[in-house]
Design a protein. Structure first.
Length: 118
């Protein structure tokens, strides 16, 4: 599976962006697709994930109520709708695919930069 993340950019605090993660190759029903982010000087952290089959979603506490993850199976694409963005959301956002229900992610995209100005 190859992943391409796009949609990042510069936005003012309170604004919105939608990131896309486009997969080439098959994503199977049991797989999970997740978004992570890494801010300068910090470790990569989990943002949100979705299980491909049922669409069950999971979110980090810091983004609950502001971000929404969704998928379009026909386009093999996962979206991250980010609303009410804050300066602390500034980071490089990566999407990944995990083949199993637990464990590390197996495939990663190249990342897309989100910058939120105050």
């Amino acid at each position: 599976v190859q992943l391409q993340a796009c949609g990042g950019g510069l936005v003012q605090a309170g604004g919105s962006l939608r990131l896309s993660c486009i997969a080439s190759g098959s994503i199977y029903s049991s797989n999970y697709v997740g978004w992570f982010r890494q801010a300068p000087g910090k470790e990569r952290e989990f943002v949100a994930s979705i299980r491909w089959r049922e669409g069950v979603q999971s979110y980090a506490d810091s983004v609950k109520g502001r971000f929404r993850i969704s998928r379009d199976a026909a386009k093999n694409t996962v979206y991250l709708q980010m609303n009410n963005l804050k300066p602390e959301d500034t980071a490089i956002y990566y999407c990944g695919v995990r083949l199993l229900s637990v464990g590390a992610y197996d495939y990663w995209g190249q990342g897309t930069l989100v910058t939120v100005s105050s």
